[in-house]
Design a protein around this ligand. Structure first.
Ligand code: NI
Length: 213
């Protein structure tokens, strides 16, 4: 009996969570609770950036962060998602440059064995000057992924070093105190020609990114 009440309660919670996730229409006088408010996403991490410098969660203090986990050898999903995210950010920048300046896009590798800082640097620069690439030891990457509820695992390829990494395809918008705000909408990669995703990403940024009060 207790179990079934718990199940009903968690179903209702999930339904409410999904309802708020899909309510993505921007509202200029937005006072709604962020969809991910209170979720256990984010937290301390210590990684290394594309220049080999230590980069921790504290380096994002005071900024809104777009956080995406993936790997540079990803054949399609990661490059397409990052292109959408950066185009969405660029569109937001056009409409509100001051607010967009507060947004730091971050790509965290789940393939540290191949994604060394120099490899990351070439990759992130192909998406413009603003994207930061992070990597680290296996343990550092695993800890960061765990904090952000991102999962990944190696999928063997034809050659030992030609493996793929299966990974969660999620872009988080985090707030200036490291708090989770919302998911940024990423469509199926087969719709990469679609303009809908960058526009929807820009709209979500416009909804939540505010200069410090
Ligand atoms: Ni990928």
């Amino acid at each position: 009996m207790a179990d079934s009440i718990m199940n009903i309660a968690s179903s209702i919670t999930l339904a409410l969570a999904l309802a708020s996730l899909s309510a993505c229409s921007p509202s200029p006088s937005n006072t709604a609770e962020p969809p991910l408010a209170g979720a256990s996403i984010g937290g301390p991490f210590s990684l290394v950036d594309q220049d080999g410098a230590v980069f921790t969660d504290r380096d994002l203090n005071g900024k809104y962060a777009i956080v995406y986990f993936g790997y540079t050898y990803c054949p399609d999903v990661c490059p397409v998602d990052l292109q959408k995210l950066m185009r969405g950010l660029a569109a937001f920048e056009k409409s509100d440059p001051a607010a967009a300046a507060l947004v730091q896009p971050v790509f965290i590798s789940v393939d540290p064995a191949r994604d060394t800082p120099p490899v990351l640097k070439t990759f992130v620069r192909s998406f413009g000057p603003r994207l930061i690439g992070l990597t680290g030891t296996d343990e550092q990457v695993a800890a960061a992924a765990k904090a952000y509820a991102a999962s990944y695992h190696k999928v063997a390829g034809s050659q030992p070093d030609a493996y793929l990494m299966a990974h969660t395809q999620i872009a988080y918008l985090m707030g200036p105190n490291g708090e989770p705000i919302a998911l940024l909408p990423l469509d199926d990669p087969s719709t990469s020609q679609d303009e809908a995703s960058p526009a929807a990403i820009a709209a979500t940024l416009a909804q939540w990114v505010r200069p410090a009060r």
